[in-house]
Write a protein that binds this ligand. Structure first.
Ligand code: ZN
Ligand code: ZN
Length: 153
């Protein structure tokens, strides 16, 4: 499950991101890269304004639209996800899981674990297909208690 990323993990996630961008014919601009690095360093859901505060001062005042554009870009490539119920963003922990993702969100400590739901959601895709619906993207936000909080309860 999710643990704090080591410096090596972080470097790997960023270089993976660069590879993905190149494949998609896109550029990981310094700002996009910086936003991704901040998200990875957070190791959990981050609000756009938290990111803004951290970017602020690094290269002059950062503006909200800039952040949102960078986040949109990262989400488009599957490098980041928005957790709607928290109105927050996380770096993808699986890498290019653009099609199906499940987030397990702890109500108590806010810890958020992501796993590639590709297999878990096969049945859902098949059921929908029988109804004539082609699922392109599934994102499930499951709320509950993480293992640590459950143990402490
Ligand atoms: Zn992901
Ligand atoms: Zn917890």
């Amino acid at each position: 499950m999710v643990h704090a990323h080591s410096a090596r993990d972080r470097a790997r996630l960023v270089s993976e991101a660069e590879r993905l961008c190149a494949e998609a014919g896109e550029t990981l601009t310094p700002l996009r890269r910086r936003v991704l690095e901040l998200l990875i360093a957070k190791d959990g859901p981050a609000k756009a304004y938290d990111l803004l505060a951290e970017l602020d001062g690094e290269s002059g005042p950062a503006k909200p639209p800039t952040i949102y554009r960078a986040l949109d870009f990262l989400m488009k490539l599957g490098l980041a996800h928005k957790i709607e119920s928290l109105n927050a963003f996380v770096a993808c922990d699986v890498g290019a899981c653009a099609r199906a993702t499940i987030f397990l969100i702890c109500d108590k400590c806010g810890r958020t674990d992501e796993f590639d739901a590709g297999h878990a959601l096969v049945d859902l895709g098949e059921a929908a297909r029988k109804d004539g619906f082609e699922i392109k993207h599934t994102m499930i936000e499951a709320k509950g208690l993480c293992a640590a909080c459950k143990q402490a309860a």
